[in-house]
Each structure stands twice: as structure tokens, then as C-alpha cells.
Design a protein around this ligand. Structure first.
Ligand SMILES: Nc1ncnc2c1ncn2[C@@H]1O[C@H](COP(=O)(O)OP(=O)(O)OP(=O)(O)O)[C@@H](O)[C@H]1O
Ligand SMILES: [Mg+2]
Length: 457
């Protein structure tokens, strides 16, 4: 879109001169003879920049600026001023003008300034776009899951997000702990302030301390300059302490103090620094067990764990697997400009797999499958071997409360057959039913002939 500049000056020669001076800017140039005309023009179309004289009859530059700030907050304003009115020009910047220029206007200076205005606007627009994108990425809509466990989770996240309560997120690797932490931040009143993630497990204790609290110059070898810590960066925002279970007891004491006092000193510093930070911590251990084993401080545990969110492993919420598969498939289709679908049998295999790496593993697998599958539909043969022949799916009996008797029976038959390598005669004996009964049930539950070898074959 072409940029628009509005030149406002009561002298025709100045207006024309400025228009000529700005010819190289690739912008549409509008002219107005005073503040009132300028406001009319602004009402008709969005303008990027107003270049206005200060002294004009009827409505002067200052009054125009005030109107523009109130009625067209997205429009930038540069004041042109003669000698003796510099104080007013400075005043104008306090009210929100981008800058001012002395008359007579230096051509080069003018063009430089206009370019600066446009660059600043582009940066601002880019930031707004990024912020919108971030909100889109980290909203609740992006946490996929319809299982009862996930519904409960959404409920808790929704309730806790707007508060300042510390949250402890627990779950196996890849279950979405960071995703939840971000959703909490981006659905809280702190969303416009930083979300700062720190992996506490990746750093030695001393590095972690200087990373979090910052350090004063010369406080240790290598501390060449003063540096602010992540707690300072996260002020008024959220700090995400990942892998909190890996931290040392000494570090835990320090962290506890900050949480209690919202105040700390930089490493090697004496001046206390006050911060207002919300803490979300995550761990893939059972932190209560770590407390009982004496590896994690109990007082810190209770500080962090004002609200606990347990992310269930993916194998415990099989109902979510088809949703996730379709979600990721759609995402990668969009990215790669494709229309790949998945065959029911392949989907069934994915649903039966045990997913030790949870959602992350599923996502990565869907990405590589969607790149490597050349046809229109994902078939079982496109799946990695570990999914097509998951050792876990056989032996593990997936029974749960909420299942019907019928589903439980089907599951028992499936698991028994898988365990016995598909040998139906043996399966019938183990299950304590006649062969005919088993065959009938296999028919009924559509378990018959699922790529399983026949008796003894
Ligand atoms: N419920 C979900 N819906 C959609 N995407 C998810 C879901 N859970 C996790 N993911 C995706 O899976 C990947 C891993 O999630 P995340 O990084 O939050 O896991 P984590 O629990 O922090 O893992 P780790 O313990 O290994 O750090 C990310 O790409 C995330 O977007
Ligand atoms: Mg993580």
C-alpha cells in the first residue's frame, strides 16, 4: 500500500516546496492550508504522516497535533517550526509528535526524517503482527484434546490463567507442558509482557544463578560486564522454570527466597532488585516423590505447587490421537501445499501405539510421514516400523473405567491374540471359550484377519 503524507501549511509556496522535496519518497502527498482542512482530509483517508507547520491561523499546529493524537492515533506527526518556537516544538514531542524540523527545512534532513518515520511504522506494524500471531499460536485452541482428562485440564487452565498463582505443570516428556505454560501466560493480564523460559536442567548451578539473577561486573571470572538476569527481563510477565526437578538444593533455597520476597540481588551485587513475576514451573518427575526422597525441598514444593496441572501421557488418552493426527496433518498439508489424508487402518495403528515421546513424537512423525508419503492417502505401510509392530500394543491390556463390557471384551481378545502371535486355537484355550465362539466374536468385533498369521502358520 502506498504511504500517505499530509503537508499542512498556510503558505502555498511552502506546501508546494515540501511536496517537491518529497517527490523521491514513493508516497502519495496530500496538501492542506490549515488545521481544519487537515482534519477533514484525515477523516477521508488514513494518513501515515502529517507534516505540519506550527504557526497557522485559526487552528495552529499544536491544536492539530492534539486532535490527531486523539482521533487518529495510528498517524505519525512531525512539527515544522521557525526560530524562537523551539520550546513549543519540544512540547509537541511530549504530546506525541514523532519529531520536529527547523524552518527553513533542509531537504536532506527532511527526507531522512520521513524515512525514519516509515521505518518506525513498519517495525511497529511488524510487532503487532507478531503479537497477533503469538496469540493465535498460544491460545487454548491450539491445545488439542477432547478426552475427559484434557477437558478437566482446560477448565483448570482457564481458572488459573487470570490469577497470579504459581503453577506446577507435571507430565512426561512431550506431553505439552511448555504449551500449557504459554497458554497460561497468553491468557493472563500479563500477556503483553515477556514470557521468559529457562531450562533449569541444562545449566550448572552457578551458571543458572547468574542466568536467572544476573551479575555485577567482575563478580566471577568471565563476568566482564554487568548483566540483568531473566527474572528482571520477566518483570510484570511470566517466568517459566522448566525441569525444576533437576535443580540443586542450594539453588532451591535461593529460589524459595525470591518467591517469598519477590526481591533478590544480582550475583556479586548488594542492591536488592524488586520484581513482579509470575512463576510457572515444569517437571517430568513426580515432584512429590522427589520431596519424599529428600531430593526436593518441601517448602519450595508447596510454594510452586499452588495449583498443579498434571498432563496425562498420550497413551492414557487414546481418544485424542485421531484429533491430533488430523490437526497435525492439516498443519503440514497447509505448510507443504498438499491434501494428504489417512486411511482408517493406518489411523488405527497410530491410535494403538504407545507413544513414549507423547505428542511431540506424534507431531514429528506426522511431519516426516507427510513429507515422505507420495500418494494421496497414508497407508499402514507408510508408517515407521515401531508403529506398525509396536511391541507394547499386544501385551498391554488397555482397560479403563468408562469402557463398556463389549469394548472390554474386544480389547481382551485383541491383546490375547497379539500376545500369542495371532494363534486363534491357543487364544481360545487361554480365554476359556470354544474356538467357534472366538471366531464368532472375531467376526463381530471385526478383529478377524487383521494381518495376523493363521493358526500355527
Ligand atoms: N495437546 C496438544 N495439542 C497440540 N499440540 C501439542 C499438544 N501437546 C503438545 N503439543 C506439541 O508437542 C510438542 C511438545 O510440546 P511441549 O514442548 O509443550 O512438551 P513438554 O511437555 O514441554 O516436553 P519436554 O518435557 O520434552 O520439554 C510441541 O510442538 C507442542 O506444540
Ligand atoms: Mg518442555
Amino acid at each position: 500500500m502506498t504511504r500517505k503524507i499530509l503537508i499542512v501549511d498556510d503558505e502555498k509556496n511552502t506546501r508546494e516546496g515540501l511536496r517537491w522535496a518529497l517527490e523521491s519518497q514513493a508516497a502519495d502527498i496530500l496538501l492542506a492550508a490549515d488545521g481544519e482542512q487537515a482534519l477533514l482530509a484525515l477523516g477521508e483517508q488514513p494518513v501515515d504522516l502529517v507534516l505540519s507547520d506550527l504557526r497557522m491561523p485559526r487552528m495552529d499546529g499544536m491544536e492539530l497535533l492534539q486532535h490527531v493524537r486523539e482521533e487518529h492515533p495510528a498517524t505519525e506527526f512531525v512539527m515544522l517550526t521557525g526560530h524562537g518556537t523551539v520550546e513549543t516544538a519540544v512540547e509537541a514531542m511530549k504530546v506525541g509528535a514523532f519529531d520536529y524540523l527547523m524552518k527553513p527545512v533542509n531537504l536532506e534532513e527532511l527526507n531522512l526524517l520521513v524515512r525514519r518515520v516509515f521505518e518506525a511504522r513498519e517495525l511497529k506494524q511488524e510487532n503487532e503482527r507478531l503479537r497477533a500471531e503469538v496469540n493465535e499460536r498460544y491460545g487454548f485452541e491450539n491445545i488439542i484434546g477432547n478426552s475427559a482428562a484434557m477437558q478437566r485440564l482446560f477448565q483448570v487452565v482457564r481458572q488459573v490463567a487470570p490469577t497470579k498463582a504459581s503453577v506446577l505443570v507435571q507430565g512426561e516428556t512431550g506431553t505439552g507442558k511448555e504449551l500449557v505454560a504459554r497458554a497460561i501466560h497468553y491468557n493472563s493480564p500479563r500477556r503483553k509482557r515477556p514470557f521468559v523460559a529457562v531450562n533449569c536442567g541444562a545449566l550448572s548451578q552457578s551458571l543458572l544463578e547468574s542466568e536467572l539473577f544476573g551479575h555485577e561486573k567482575g563478580s566471577f571470572t568471565g563476568a566482564h560486564a554487568q548483566r540483568a538476569g531473566r527474572f528482571e527481563t520477566a518483570d510484570k510477565g511470566t517466568i517459566f522454570l522448566d525441569e525444576i526437578g533437576e535443580t540443586s538444593p542450594e539453588f532451591q533455597v535461593k529460589l524459595l527466597r525470591i518467591l517469598q520476597e519477590q526481591e533478590f540481588e544480582r550475583v556479586g551485587g548488594i542492591r536488592p532488585i524488586k520484581v513482579d513475576v509470575r512463576v510457572v514451573a515444569a517437571t517430568n518427575r513426580d515432584l512429590k516423590k522427589e520431596v519424599d526422597a529428600g531430593r526436593f525441598r518441601e517448602d519450595l514444593y508447596y510454594r510452586l505447587n499452588v495449583v498443579k496441572i498434571d498432563l496425562p501421557p498420550l497413551r492414557d488418552r487414546q481418544d485424542d490421537i485421531p484429533l491430533l493426527v488430523h490437526h497435525f496433518l492439516q498443519q503440514f498439508n497447509r505448510e507443504h501445499g498438499r491434501t494428504l489424508t489417512i486411511a482408517p487402518k493406518a489411523l488405527q495403528l497410530l491410535q494403538n501405539y504407545s507413544w513414549p515421546g507423547n505428542v511431540r513424537q506424534l507431531r514429528t512423525m506426522m511431519e516426516s510421514i507427510s513429507i515422505l508419503t507420495t500418494g494421496k492417502e497414508i497407508q499402514p505401510r507408510h508408517l515407521p516400523n515401531e508403529v506398525a509392530t509396536d511391541p507394547d500394543t499386544g501385551q498391554h491390556l488397555r482397560l479403563k473405567v468408562g469402557m463398556t463390557m463389549r469394548d472390554a471384551e474386544r480389547e481382551l481378545i485383541r491383546a490375547t491374540l497379539a500376545e500369542l502371535g495371532g494363534n486363534k486355537a491357543r487364544a481360545a484355550r487361554v480365554l476359556g471359550v470354544g474356538r467357534k465362539t472366538l471366531y464368532r466374536k472375531l467376526e463381530e468385533y471385526q478383529l478377524a484377519g487383521e494381518d495376523k498369521p493363521e493358526d500355527g502358520a
